[in-house]
Design a protein around this ligand. Structure first.
Ligand code: ADP
Ligand code: MG
Length: 1280
């Protein structure tokens, strides 16, 4: 401890004295230091498998406070006899949803796996808890109930009610069914099988308890230092004053039945507190006041019956010692006290002659016989009260709705060996033998047989099969112990001793059984858990277990309906069939239990008692070794080690895991057309599980290690999550792909559209020239297009901006280029000088660049003032704009693109300008002064032409009749595939690979054992939306004509909604202002609707929206808009969806014929193309997920559960109006009968068997968003 203190000090001495920033404390190595695992948590991992090594491991762990250890899925629990603090809610939560390997061994782990398996595999589960008395079975059962109640959800009040009731059965049945014994202060004196029923949401909807063999002998007597059932002490210590008054209740020392064993109080048990809890439990379970009162009345009857004493009269017959006691008993039972007294002291006998009824005699009883009759009545009343309570509890917990599956918890009395063992021990031990049979059956025998049957490679393990002991007890032919008992009872029914003797004789027939020996008045049975010597005396009587007719007749006379209802079966004296004996009943109910358990998937808890003294420190190695041995833990480990942790039929395996292989599933549907075995094999192979981890049997698949099964389960859990992610990814890819396609189409279209426009202007120029002018070769080239604004004035180039500002115009520029203007010089010949020419729709501007770098507008010529244009018939580049007389004269211009310039001017003026073409060009030089320029062919001019003193020298050009070459066929460019998104097929959409057909959608198959699923009404596309888009959709051919604008929107034929409130949406959601009108696209029932506003879709909360009532349609519809031409282009941004604009951040995609990836040269950008690239508002439908519908998050609420049906009243007679016919007699003042030995015979067999001082023998398991996205993807795919 010292080092840890030191470390603690270091940690706290961190604050620095310097006052600087607080220093971060040094990480503590102890942090996250987990409790060290002691021994092995799963004993299949033991290196040597012997009883000793098992014991050693258990001891090490127990000493360390680790009471739980696994053998595979079997939990071994060693009673700690102290509170370990391991059942808190915090611990419980740690087991929720975890598989057994993720968390340390715990009873919660078993509960979790049973609950998980029930939900996941829809199989009934049972938890079988076995072990000696006091080993911790009941505790384990309670912990399982605690766990299930905590994790099984359901906020519904009826579900909560069931949970409360199930939990309340514990204090109630413990009060009536448990007692303090020498081994256990809270020993269950009955067996209990609790079944909790669940609906298909895994919520408890009901429960049922089956009760086994209450130890009723305890009611009338107990071994020294043991007690009667808890309820007697609770009632006598804490009864209310009214109860004391009505039922004559006194303290426990006043009653023989509660005080004879000299144990009224138990350390650690607070009877008063427990009584309150019992009453509360009765309340929770819904026992009415009347029912409760009747239960307490019967308890009082029993207590007072115990105080009835018999004295021996002179003739040896018994007499009631104090009739005030019997009077009070009569009052409590509401019968005539005299009748009661007679029934207690005499017995009516009937002689039989040859099967005919003979005479009837009253035979007086001696005190011993009378005592036994009285005790029989007390035991019968208590037993029937107990059974009534169980059936009443069951009535309250009746399933509220259809139950899908159940979990059973078996907490039964443990194996018992006393010094004096009687019929009760035989029954208890027999039931334990049967349970061991199930364990062997399911973990050892069946397992091994299954390997043989399924032809699985496997090494057999030897084990002891206790079937031979079960047969010894229960066989009919040859008769086993129970059968021999029955025979003895049948033949010698009158005299118990004679019957016992007859039993001894019959037992001798069993001596050939190696597990049986007779020894005089005893017999020995070698049980799986040890040898037990049974005393024969009284066995036949106990087996007969019938209340004498006289007492039953007395009860028949009672006016108490409740008491009457406790004894519904009156033996019919004419019925020859013998009533079932106690042996018959226990055999029958054990058989039913086994059958019940075998129908469910079992989990085992094997409890071990480390000592007989309830000590938290003593570990009795010998005792534990014995338990380890008879529990067969060693064999259990061996079988587990050699065997397979999990197996299931091929059908079940396929049903559970078909999602895990693409060969067996498609989009969540089962598609395997082969048989279940091949499907199962395919799944296991495709999941990549090592081949030695599984084997295929004949009908089942076997999985070696639980880890493998858990891995499969995890994969299955992730499947839906992955699917949702895949759909999202496919959707995003599809959106990106769509965008990319749109971008390419737009670009292609823009190019073509503009190209066509340019080509049109060029064609027009041919008409203008009309073969009158020789051509330059350059102008005939195919790629020469009339693009107009060569200086990119419209495109706001630097020069363009200057020119715009100098010209002082914001008009659209139709044409701009560099030119030369003939400038006349004073005294010298005129000379061409560089200028800029800008043509707008209204005017022609000539801008000069001064030597100082200044731009000045030299001329502005309104288009309307141009009368004609003069050009030569040769190939020179000169032209004159004839304006008529002006101050400056006509501009005489040299322009490389003169034909284009002329064409534009003609277009702009609607061809009002004359184009004069001839051998000379006439223009006005200044004012009225005209000049004629001659054009002379001069082949000596190498390039272009030359102006020299009123003449232009130019070489020959192409003939005037030449036509421009048609646009060159585009070279097959490199088409870059669309690489956005992994799901898109390689090669992109331009290369249909046919691979879409390679994996056609497989047809849905019915799951093995299920009926065929009706084929979908709508034929599914051949490939999923994204794939088909990727492979089969090639860009549409350029439209042959301009698209027809969409018709004006008609009144939408859709539901319109108005926003009731403003809503600020996140990405993917639709922001709304109050009163915004939106169109409904899709209703999703998770509370979010897909709506469209201004062509944009987004999710909006439905409760923000209000339906706008539709306007009645006008009677006469307006004339319909012209129908669109049939060949209307199907542009991607189909109305009303917004155009998809190019993404500025997108990488350029090569366009056929354009090497740099941009079809429009940078120096030539039209307004539309430039705004296109700048358009940052990427108008795509949002693909973001709605944040509020997280994957797997909001689970759909469970369907409403109908109102809780009122349980029908229990089968109990109506509350009688009047009670005791006679007035209540005074509570007897008689003291409790003297202790055993004086008058009263000692309780014959304590603990239902052992007579006084019997020392115990030494041993005793965002879909909605994904679905919505998938739906949308399909819708868009269809729309497109
Ligand atoms: N897990 C446990 N933790 C602490 N104490 C236990 C535990 N299991 C059993 N005990 C103690 O042992 C006693 C006997 O256990 P119980 O479950 O009644 O035995 P059984 O039902 O097997 O006869 C309990 O009353 C309790 O005091
Ligand atoms: Mg118990």
């Amino acid at each position: 401890m010292a080092p840890s203190k030191k470390a603690g000090k270091k940690n706290t001495s961190a604050p620095s004295k310097k006052g600087g920033p607080a220093k971060v404390a040094k990480a503590d190595w102890k942090e996250g230091f987990k409790k060290k695992t002691v021994g092995v948590t799963d004993m299949t991992l033991l290196s040597t498998i012997t009883n000793e090594s098992i014991n050693e491991n258990l001891q090490k762990r127990w000493t360390n406070g680790d009471i739980y250890t696994y053998i595979g899925s079997v939990l071994i629990s060693v009673n700690p006899f102290r509170d370990l603090g391991i059942y808190t809610d915090e611990v419980l939560q740690r087991y929720k949803g975890k598989n057994r390997l993720e968390v340390p061994p715990h009873v919660f782990g078993i509960a979790e796996s049973a609950y998980y398996n029930m939900n996941a595999y829809h199989e009934n589960q049972c938890v079988i808890i076995s072990g000696e008395s006091g080993a911790g079975k009941t505790e384990a059962a309670k912990r399982i109930m605690q766990y299930i109640a905590a994790v099984s959800g359901g906020n519904d009040s009826s579900i909560q009610e069931i949970k409360d009731m199930v939990l309340a059965t514990n204090p109630l049945l413990e009060s009536f069914g448990c007692a303090k014994t020498l081994r256990n202060n809270n020993s269950s004196r009955h067996g209990k099988y609790l079944e909790i029923m669940f609906n298909d949401h895994g919520e408890p909807i009901g429960a049922q308890i089956t009760n086994y063999l209450l130890e009723k002998g305890r009611v009338v007597g107990q071994v020294d230092n043991e007690r009667n059932f808890h309820i007697f002490y609770q009632f006598t210590k804490s009864a209310s004053p009214e109860q004391r008054e009505t039922y004559g209740i006194q303290t426990p020392d006043a009653y023989a039945y509660t005080s004879m064993s000299n144990c009224l109080d138990v350390a650690g048990i607070d009877d008063t507190k427990d009584f309150d809890e019992t009453l509360r439990a009765m309340q929770v379970i819904g026992l009415t006041d009347y029912e409760q009162a009747e239960i307490f009345r019967n308890l009082a009857t029993i207590l007072w019956l115990g105080n009835v004493q018999f004295s021996e009269a002179d003739d040896g017959n018994s007499e009631i010692a104090d009739t005030s006691v019997t009077d009070f008993v009569g009052y409590l039972m509401e019968v005539d006290p005299a009748l009661m007294q007679k029934a207690l002291c005499t017995r009516v006998m009937e002689t039989q002659r040859g099967g005919r009824r003979g005479s009837v005699y009253d035979v007086p009883l001696n005190p011993a016989q009378a005592n036994s009759g009285r005790d029989a009545l007390a035991k019968a009343i208590y037993n029937n009260v107990f059974e009534w309570i169980v059936s009443r509890v069951n009535l309250s917990m009746k399933a509220r709705s259809a139950s899908a599956s159940l979990i059973g918890i078996l907490d039964i009395f443990g194996f018992e060996i006393f010094e004096d063992n009687s019929f009760e021990q035989l029954c208890i031990n027999y039931v334990n033998e049967k349970l061991q049979q199930i364990f062997i059956e399911l973990t050892l025998k069946t397992e091994q047989e299954e390997y043989v049957r399924e032809q699985i490679k496997w090494t057999p393990i030897k084990y002891f099969n206790n079937k031979i002991v079960c047969d010894l007890i229960e066989e009919r032919r040859p008769p086993g112990i129970f059968a021999a008992l029955n025979d003895a009872c049948a033949t010698a029914h009158a005299d118990p001793t004679a019957a016992d003797n007859s039993f001894v004789q019959r037992l001798s027939a069993l001596s050939s059984n190696p597990h049986f020996e007779t020894r005089g008045s005893q017999f020995l049975v070698k049980h799986y858990a040890g040898d037990v010597m049974y005393n024969i005396s009284g066995m036949t009587d106990k087996n007969k277990d019938v209340l004498v007719k006289d007492l039953l007749d007395v009860i028949g006379t009672s006016s108490n309906q409740f008491l009457q209802s406790l004894f519904p079966d009156r033996p019919d004296p004419n019925n020859k069939k013998r009533p079932p004996t106690a042996g018959d009943r226990i055999k029958q109910s054990a058989g039913a239990l086994v059958e019940n358990l075998m129908r469910a998937q079992p989990s085992y808890i094997r409890t071990i008692k480390p000592n007989q003294n309830r000590s938290a420190t003593e570990y009795d190695v010998k005792a534990v070794l014995h338990q380890v041995k008879y529990l067969g833990l060693q064999e259990n480990i061996r079988v587990r080690r050699a065997g397979f942790a999990y197996r299931n039929t091929f059908e079940k395996m396929v049903e559970r895991f078909y999602l895990l292989s693409p060969a067996t599933s498609y989009a969540g549907e089962y598609t395997w057309s082969g048989d279940a075995k091949s499907g199962c094999e395919k799944i296991l192979a495709d999941t990549g599980i090592a081949k030695d981890e599984w084997q295929m049997g004949m009908t089942k698949a076997f999985i070696k290690n639980p880890e493998t099964l858990f891995a499969l389960e995890t994969m299955r859990d992730r499947y839906w999550h992955n699917m949702a992610a895949r759909i999202q990814r496919a959707w995003r890819n599809y959106m990106r792909y769509r965008e990319e396609c749109a971008r390419r189409i737009q670009r292609f279209w823009k190019n073509n559209k503009e190209g066509l426009e340019y080509a049109k202007i060029r064609d027009y120029s041919h008409q203008v020239l009309a073969g009158r002018k020789e051509r330059r070769r350059f102008s005939l080239l195919s790629y020469r297009r009339f693009m107009g604004d060569y200086l990119d004035v419209n495109g706001k180039s630097a020069l363009g901006e200057i020119l715009t500002s100098v010209c002082g115009t914001s008009d659209h520029v139709v044409y701009s280029s560099r030119i030369q203007v003939l400038v006349s010089r004073i005294g010298r010949s005129s000379k061409p000088s560089p200028r800029f020419l800008v043509v707008t729709q209204k005017a022609v501007f000539i801008v000069a660049l001064q030597t100082q770098g200044m731009y000045t507008m030299e001329r502005r010529i309104m288009l309307s003032t141009i009368r004609s244009i003069s050009m030569s018939n040769l190939r020179d580049d000169w032209l004159a704009l004839n304006l008529g007389p002006t101050e400056e004269g006509d501009p005489f211009i040299n322009c490389v693109f003169k034909t284009e310039l002329v064409t534009h001017l003609l277009q702009l003026t609607s061809a009002t300008i004359n184009v004069l073409i001839g051998p000379t060009m006439e223009y006005t030089k200044k004012k009225e002064k005209k000049d004629n320029v001659k054009v002379i062919k001069d082949e000596s001019i190498l390039r272009n032409d030359l102006y020299k003193s009123h003449a232009i020298h130019v070489p020959s050009g192409e003939p005037a009749s030449s036509l421009s070459r048609p646009p060159a066929k585009r070279k097959e460019g490199v088409v870059r595939p669309i690489t956005q998104g992994k799901l898109l097929k390689r090669g992109g959409p331009s290369k249909p690979t046919g691979s879409a057909a390679a994996r056609p959608k497989p047809a849905t198959q019915p799951l093995a054992g299920k009926s065929a699923i009706a084929p979908a009404a709508k034929p599914a596309p051949h490939a999923p939306a994204a794939a088909s888009t990727a492979t089969s959709q090639v860009p549409p051919p350029p439209p042959s004509r301009a698209p027809v604008p969409p018709p004006p929107p008609a009144e939408p034929d859709v539901d319109m909604y108005k926003a009731k409130f403003a809503f600020e949406g996140q990405p993917g959601e639709m922001s709304l202002a109050k009163d915004d009108l939106v169109e409904l696209v899709e209703k999703d029932d998770n509370g979010w609707w897909l709506v469209k506003k201004d062509g944009v879709e987004g999710w909006a909360p439905y409760n923000y929206l209000e339906l706008v009532p539709r306007k009645p349609k006008p009677a006469a519809a307006p004339p319909p808009p012209p129908p669109p031409p049939p060949a209307a282009p199907r542009a991607i941004p189909a109305a009303p969806a917004p155009p998809i604009l190019a993404n500025p951040t997108a990488k350029p995609v090569a366009f056929p014929g354009a090497s740099n990836g941009s079809a429009v040269p940078s120096w030539k950008k039209t307004p539309s193309s430039s705004s296109g690239t700048n358009g940052s508002s990427l108008n795509t439908t949002p693909v973001t997920s709605r944040p509020t519908s997280a994957v797997g998050g909001g689970r759909a609420p469970p369907p409403p559960v109908g109102t809780k049906p009122k349980p029908a009243p229990p089968p109990v007679g109506a509350k009688p109006g009047v009670h005791a016919p006679a007035g209540k007699p005074a509570v007897p003042t008689a003291p409790r009968p003297p202790a055993a030995g004086s008058v009263r015979a000692p309780p014959k067999l304590g603990a239902g068997g052992s007579s006084g001082g019997g020392k115990p023998g030494g041993i005793g398991g965002q879909m909605d968003l994904a679905a919505a996205l998938a739906k949308r993807a399909q819708k868009i795919a269809e729309d497109d």
